[in-house]
Ligand binder design. Structure first.
Ligand code: COA
Length: 385
């Protein structure tokens, strides 16, 4: 049975900060961010947005009424949970009015969560072939004003509908994974921001890539030429580029290398404008490659997923005939229509805390748009439907 991605959607906040403005405000050479990290902009959330609102909007972009009736499982990967008990997937299930006879859960392993969600989806469909599974990756990457990782923040959500006989790509059964217990990036419950050993995390990302890649090739008896393109977890685009260079053999023919580099450029195009979206960033890279590239049906794409802590996985997918038909052609307009913030506005909006009174109430004072946080009432989050 062929199981894979039938549709893929994306949502981001409609405000952004130009990374050069941030560099100037912090007294840093803008080239460090634009050339050193290959970042150009970052998406900025307001207090009426969270992983639920972003996730619901990403899913709403792709789901029909019929899909909503057929979905019987929602798996949401995140490391920006809004509740220690209730899964964000349950809120989204309610907002989207999904079939009640569905399972809704949230999973966590830093930026790796949604990759595990894809595997859960495939296994679920193997036992229930007519099921539709909604996989959502939703995160807000926030390191704090003046923090080392400030220039690599971002926010957004990717939603994927997984089913048999998919119209976009077939998930191949070739996953190779690795776990290394390390403290490169973590966020204890009491801290609003992660603790990050920046240099260590970049080294671990590359170390896990090298180990997983070697084993992936061996386990599956594959070589790099079996894949037309690669997608990497993108904490910032330069990190993915370093990963890409690690697996490109030095002896590779220049023309062949050029093709890979061309596809790689397409895969980082959206992330340059969005910033890090943690568990969704690998799939934002995939979306960017597919919507902006020229791959053809039958092409294999290899994906590297990395979550600090650390878990990594390499797997592949094969594009389906006419896959472009289920993709948007005009997404660039969404980027162009965003509002550009100045640094003062960004500092106020992105870091504004919701003030909850003694009774557990908070007025969000939002714009009332569909799928935004409306209020907190007796500690309960209430969303605009
Ligand atoms: N012009 C051009 N490039 C410049 C530059 C300038 N003026 N100044 C610095 N650079 C380059 C550096 O040479 C370096 O490139 P390289 O990595 O190819 O050598 C890059 O910009 C970053 O500079 P560096 O001094 O290493 O930055 P930093 O100490 O501020 O740390 C991170 C960068 C990514 C480690 C930091 O942003 C971070 O902690 N991010 C969050 C964690 C993360 O994303 N981890 C990734 C794995 S998940």
């Amino acid at each position: 049975m062929n199981i894979g991605i039938d549709k893929i959607g994306f949502s981001m906040p409609n405000r952004y900060l130009d990374i050069k403005d941030l560099a100037v405000a912090r007294g840093i050479d803008p080239d460090k961010f634009t050339k050193g990290l290959l970042q150009s902009e970052m998406c900025v959330t307001s207090k009426e947005e969270d992983i639920v609102t972003l996730g619901a909007r990403a899913a709403e972009e792709i789901l029909t009424k019929e899909d909503k009736e057929k979905i019987d499982m929602i798996v949401l990967g995140t490391e920006t949970g809004i509740d220690q008990s209730k899964a964000a997937a349950v809120f989204i299930h309610g907002l989207l009015k999904i079939n009640p006879y569905a399972r809704s859960v949230e999973i966590k392993e830093a930026c790796y969560g949604a990759t595990a969600a894809l595997e859960f989806a495939r296994n679920h469909i193997l036992s229930k072939p007519n099921s539709y599974v909604l996989v959502i990756a939703s995160d807000i990457a926030k390191y704090g004003i003046g923090a080392g990782g400030e220039s690599t923040q971002g926010a957004g959500s990717v939603a994927m509908l997984i089913k048999k006989d998919p119209r976009l790509s077939i998930l191949n059964i070739d996953n190779t994974y690795l776990t290394q217990d390390a403290m490169d990036f973590f966020r204890p419950n009491y801290s609003p921001y992660p603790f990050v050993e920046g240099k260590f995390s970049t080294e671990l990302y590359l170390n896990c890539l090298e180990l997983t890649w070697k084993r992936f090739l061996k386990e599956n008896n594959k070589k790099i030429q079996d894949f037309s393109a690669f997608c990497f977890h993108i904490p910032y685009p330069k990190m993915a580029l370093k990963g890409f260079k690690k697996i490109l053999p030095e002896t590779m023919d220049e023309k062949e290398k050029e093709n890979y580099i061309n596809n790689f450029e397409k895969s980082i195009f959206y992330s340059k404008k969005v910033g890090n979206i943690y568990t969704g960033s690998l799939f934002l890279g995939l979306l960017s490659l597919l919507e902006n590239g020229n791959l053809k049906a039958g092409d294999n794409i290899c994906l590297y997923s990395y979550g600090s802590g650390a878990v990594s996985e390499i797997f592949s997918m094969t594009l389906v005939e006419n896959y472009k038909k289920v993709l948007r052609k005009d997404r660039i307009n969404d980027f162009n229509n965003r509002t550009r913030l100045n640094v003062k506005e960004y500092e106020k909006i992105f870091f504004e805390k919701i003030k909850i009174d003694n009774e557990g109430n908070a007025n969000i004072e939002g714009n009332g748009e569909k799928f935004t946080l409306k209020e907190i009432s007796s500690h309960k989050r209430i969303y605009n439907q």
